[in-house]
Design a protein around this ligand. Structure first.
Ligand code: WTA
Length: 650
């Protein structure tokens, strides 16, 4: 069925630069270079066209783009519903009977679930009625704390259908993290599950959810029975999903939403200890999600698209839910671990379902590289056509391994740069245009404009590095605010003034075409195995342990995870460092944030390098863990601490 075709060809002039083959160019949605110039000439006109063609509107907008710095609006007074675009509109065509979600459970002997678009439509309508029955109204916040099971997409789409604002929390985050987010969002209802499978073990999610609900305004908890494990149900508050669904009506009219009504809030880490609720609004987000999914991955009716991102992150929202469903493609969803029961689980899934487009993170690729090529070799991966990566810079070695060992040297790699704040991808090569260059993400998505500036705000020349900014008109899917915290929103538009959205990423101008290489965060945000973490949040978690006086966390490069946190910890007088204490600190981090935030190394030290005003000099710790020159230490109150710390770091 799947004839291996060569989709890319090597640049005859340059090593490791690839271009789309003629077959790919012929088939791709976009293959004409002129799209960039056309879109740049008038981005607003360009997005007007995309919005009209890609999305069904109940009422057309009056004004395409309004900019009142630092705020901007898209498709003003346009009316639509995202769940209508993901479901109802497909009911009128053959897509109605097509698989929307193929779900693979982690236990290998459990059967997969396949939901057609009609199945999904029915379930979403029913759950929308359930939410209404629980008193959820337009504008109310609903917490979603679910593993990767189809109920997560059902719950999200049901919220979108009735105009409730969902706030999804990564299921591996602790109850305490959940609680913090539910409090800030003032959620009314929480949707969770009894548990899920992780490496063959049942994880009790409900126990964490209970901790998360405590002290919040949540009145009702809906619990999906996933594992059937024994969990605590609070009478009057907790109800089973399947019981509620039994009596729910089959149709719920989609709420007519304004383009600038909030679709969802997703919390992400910034440079302070408190996560921020990034707001995405309905119309602009839908337009960007639809077109980036379609063009970046060149999706067709016959494709099976698999984005491995968990729904708890923005990549999961846009490419494991809204984008593919609005495009009417078949989406694969896998419950859990890539190495269970063996390190070839992902490759076996690609073979089993004939996945054609595969989107994952560099950290996963490096993990598979370490496990060895014998695992993918066991499987026929010829169905693959396009590969994607996201989340952090990809190193050349990992890129080439992915390209040759997974893509068989024929699939373009679409390295997509974007952020929770941007809602959808922004910088990447398009399959039919290219070029595909290891470590170089590509050009700005048509209709979006970026620049790389030096410290004083001047654009850097080709070959030089600086700070990545986005220029107006800001992309339609970009954040519109930080939930109840406009001051933090304004920070994005303060580094270079209100004309530029500051990304906090370093970048290098690669060539005259406009290709960009991303070099990583320049603030105190880490990307650990693709997960976004704030050093300040981690420091808060560690210092809240009873044995700790003070702590500084810095990111250190790591071969597989990209970056890992290293914690420098000062203990209270009389407390001795020990392995037991390290274990206890890890447990404490698990309970405060989640296991993904665990420090890779904990270094106990009697003192931290400080300025005379008492500020910890993280720059010095960073240089120490990176084995880089320490630089100037004259402003330190305790310069002698550096030598001692050097020995401790080893
Ligand atoms: C980083 C993830 C290099 C970047 C969608 C950004 C990348 C942060 C890439 C946002 C890429 C994401 N190449 N770096 N292709 N994609 N990043 O909010 O530092 O979890 O600022 O969104 O990830 O992380 P977030």
């Amino acid at each position: 069925m799947f004839k291996p075709i060569t989709w890319v060809k090597k640049d005859p002039e340059k090593n490791n630069v690839f271009w789309p083959s003629d077959e790919l160019k012929k088939r791709a949605w976009v293959s004409d270079e002129s799209i960039y110039a056309e879109a740049t000439k008038d981005p607003v006109a360009f997005w007007t066209k995309l919005a009209s063609e890609g999305i069904n509107w109940f009422k057309k907008w009056d004004e395409t783009y309004r900019w009142e710095p630092p705020y901007y609006k898209w498709f003003v007074n346009g009316k639509l519903n995202v769940s209508y675009n993901a479901l109802d509109r497909h009911m009128k065509s053959w897509i109605r009977n097509k698989a929307a979600i193929i779900w693979e459970p982690e236990p290998p002997d459990e059967k997969e679930r396949v939901l057609t678009y009609f199945d999904l439509y029915r379930e979403v309508n029913k759950f929308a009625n359930v939410l209404k029955g629980l008193g959820v109204k337009k504008g109310d916040r609903v917490g979603i704390y679910l593993p990767m099971i189809p109920e997560v997409q059902i719950a999200m789409l049901a919220c979108a259908r009735i105009g409730a604002i969902h706030n999804v929390v990564f299921s591996a985050f602790s109850g305490k993290s959940l609680q913090e987010r539910m409090l800030d969002a003032e959620a009314k209802v929480l949707v969770t599950a009894d548990g899920y499978y992780r490496r063959g073990k049942q994880i009790n999610l409900k126990a964490e959810a209970d901790r998360g609900v405590e002290g919040t305004p949540i009145q009702k908890v809906v619990v999906v029975k996933r594992t059937g494990m024994d969990v605590n149900m609070v009478e009057g508050r907790d109800q089973w999903w399947h019981e509620l669904m039994k009596n729910a009506g089959n149709y719920c009219k989609p709420e007519v939403m304004e383009s600038e009504d909030i679709l969802f809030i997703l919390y992400t880490s910034g440079t302070t200890g408190k996560p921020k609720g990034v707001e995405h609004h309905t119309g602009g987000y839908a337009v960007q999600a639809y077109w980036t999914t379609k063009w970046d991955f060149d999706l067709r009716d016959e494709d099976v698209f698999w984005c491995t991102a968990d729904i708890g992150w923005i990549t999961g929202h846009t490419y494991s839910c809204y984008g593919p469903l609005m495009c009417g493609v078949t989406m694969l969803e896998y419950e859990s671990s890539p190495d269970y029961p063996q390190p070839d689980r992902w490759w076996s899934i690609i073979e089993k379902y004939g996945v054609t487009v595969f989107y994952t993170a560099p950290t996963a690729i490096r993990m598979f590289m370490q496990w060895g090529e014998e695992w993918p070799k066991k499987h026929n991966l010829n169905s693959l056509r396009i590969l994607g990566t996201v989340g952090e810079p990809i190193n050349e070695e990992a890129w080439l391994w992915y390209f040759y060992k997974i893509g068989g040297g024929r699939c373009p790699i679409i390295d997509t740069w974007w952020q929770t704040e941007t809602g959808g991808t922004l910088i990447n090569a398009l399959p039919g245009i290219g070029p595909f260059i290891p470590t170089v993400a590509g050009r700005s998505f048509p209709g979006t404009l970026h620049d790389i500036l030096d410290e004083s705000g001047n654009p850097v020349p080709v070959g030089e590095g600086g700070y990545l900014v986005q220029k107006p008109p800001f992309a339609p899917g970009m954040l519109r605010d930080i939930w109840r915290n406009p001051e933090r929103y304004k920070e994005y538009f303060s580094a270079y003034g209100e004309k530029f959205y500051y990304t906090s990423d370093g970048a290098r101008r690669w060539d005259k075409l406009g290709d960009i290489r991303l070099t990583g965060r320049v603030d105190d945000v880490m990307k650990v195995a693709g997960h976004r973490l704030s050093t300040a949040e981690l420091e808060n978690a560690i210092t809240s342990h009873e044995a700790v006086v003070e702590c500084a966390v810095v990111a250190s490069p790591h071969e597989i995870k990209g970056e890992v946190p290293i914690a420098f910890v000062t203990l209270k007088g009389g407390v001795e460092p020990s392995d037991e204490l390290v274990k206890d600190l890890m447990k404490h981090v698990d309970a405060t944030i989640g296991p993904t935030a665990r420090p890779h190394r904990t270094i106990f030290t009697e003192e931290l390098p400080k300025t005379r005003s008492g500020k910890i000099m993280r720059r010095i710790l960073k240089s120490l863990v990176r084995d880089e020159p320490i630089g100037d230490t004259t402003t330190l109150m305790n310069p002698e601490s550096v030598e001692r710390l050097k020995k401790l770091v080893g």
